[in-house]
Design a binder for this molecule. Structure first.
Ligand code: DAH
Length: 385
């Protein structure tokens, strides 16, 4: 998938706020969710199919058709990604330590919710958005700077309420009705993804853009796993989109998490492999299941340094990724202390190297670790210990 001239220009603008590293730039536009047969494509399709086959709601009232958008450009505005969704001014995700910015006003979307208000303003009333999302984060088997989400949103109209439900967003009956409709649709989706017997549980949650908010958990591998967040769209968002007095629901779900649970994929890096031993195990249906083709030996190296002011752990994680790419399996904080006299802070990280496709040689890992150390000094200004 080619990226547009606007996106290419934004990524390579050299703006002082641009903190998108080369390894992430290289993944913009790859759109794994649009590669036919890819496990993320399969999950996207299964969710879209579940919404296309929704039975009528309470009282036999038909549910709308959901329009699927899956080619939205990844560079969005701060307004779309945060302000329009009522994210508070001090929200952690607004920080450049957590989000990839290209300039003062634009960033790589950190969630598909970034498309809610633009779609509402364009007149969409029932839609799904599948897209790649970008976050600066830890390095381990479930975190990767590029991942995929699917958003859903439904606005209710006059004919969508049964007798006795006013449709007024101030009316608790209406909010309860809309919440039940939301949970009904999402329980149906969970059953189509994980089977009719899947155990689900609902918890109250908090998001700035929904009220009330919920999370859906599913029983998976002997534990509860958070599947998605959702809720009744905040009245201020409805009003700002010209829908004051109306009511709607929204949800957002991570596609990697679903695919890993459904297919038994143990490491998030596998979604990016070109290895046919991975892809040949997926036939585009939910019936596929993954058998690891091999587990190559790991090798770890520790690095300890004095922490300069303003350094964020995500800067360290990203530095390792820039050097080692998908050969790094995880980076763990081993130890941290503050020197009693100088008050300087020291940390020690363990870098776990392991390829998913082959054995690494000692020389290769030593060379990677040497480069990591050099970059930590050269780019982040740390003092090694
Ligand atoms: N955007 C949220 C996230 O990335 C997920 C989410 C929660 C989306 C609630 C929604 C919602 O639409 O209503 O964690």
């Amino acid at each position: 998938m080619a990226i547009s001239a606007t996106v290419a220009e934004a990524l390579n603008n050299g703006h002082p706020r641009n903190n998108v590293p080369d390894s992430v730039k290289a993944k913009v536009g790859m759109e794994l969710h649009n590669r036919e047969g890819h496990p993320l494509w399969t999950i996207k399709r299964a969710i879209a199919d579940s919404f296309a086959g929704l039975p009528p709601g309470e009282g036999g009232i038909p549910r709308p058709e959901f329009r699927l958008f899956d080619k939205e450009e990844p560079v969005v505005t701060v307004k779309q990604n945060f302000d329009d969704l009522l994210a508070p001014a001090d929200h952690v995700m607004r920080r450049p330590s957590d989000t990839f910015y290209v300039d003062e006003d634009r960033l790589l979307r950190c969630h598909t919710s970034a498309h809610q208000t633009e779609k509402l303003r364009a007149g969409e009333r029932a839609f799904l958005v599948a897209a790649d999302c970008f976050r600066r984060d830890e390095v381990d088997s479930t975190h990767y700077p590029v991942f995929h989400q699917m958003e859903g949103l439904r606005v209710f109209g006059e004919g969508d309420f049964p007798e006795g439900v006013s449709g007024d967003p101030e009316d608790p009956e209406t909010v309860a009705y809309v919440s039940r409709d939301l949970q009904g649709c999402l329980s149906g989706m969970a059953s189509s993804l994980f089977g009719e017997g899947a155990r689900c549980r609902w918890n109250d949650d908090y998001f700035p853009f929904t009220d009330p908010s919920f999370e859906l958990e599913i029983w998976n591998g002997g534990d509860w796993m958070e599947l998605l967040g959702c809720g009744v769209v905040h009245r201020d968002i409805m009003a700002s989109c010209g829908l004051g007095g109306r009511v709607g629901w929204a949800f957002g779900i991570g596609l990697e998490r679903v695919a890993m649970a459904r297919f038994g994929i143990p490491d998030i890096r596998l979604f990016w492999t070109e290895d046919d031993r991975f892809h040949s195990q997926f036939d585009g249906t939910l019936a596929s299941s993954f058998k690891p083709y091999s587990k190559y030996p790991p090798c770890h190296k520790d690095v300890a340094f004095w922490v300069p002011d303003g350094l964020h752990p995500n800067d360290v994680f990203e530095t390792v990724r820039e050097v080692a790419g998908d050969l790094v399996e995880s980076v763990e904080l081993l130890d941290a202390f503050t020197h009693p006299e100088t008050a300087r802070e020291s940390t020690c990280y363990r870098v776990n190297y392991r390829s998913m496709d082959r054995s690494l040689t000692n020389e290769e890992v030593d060379a990677l670790q040497m480069q990591v150390r050099e970059r930590l000094v050269g780019r982040l200004g740390v003092e090694l210990r």
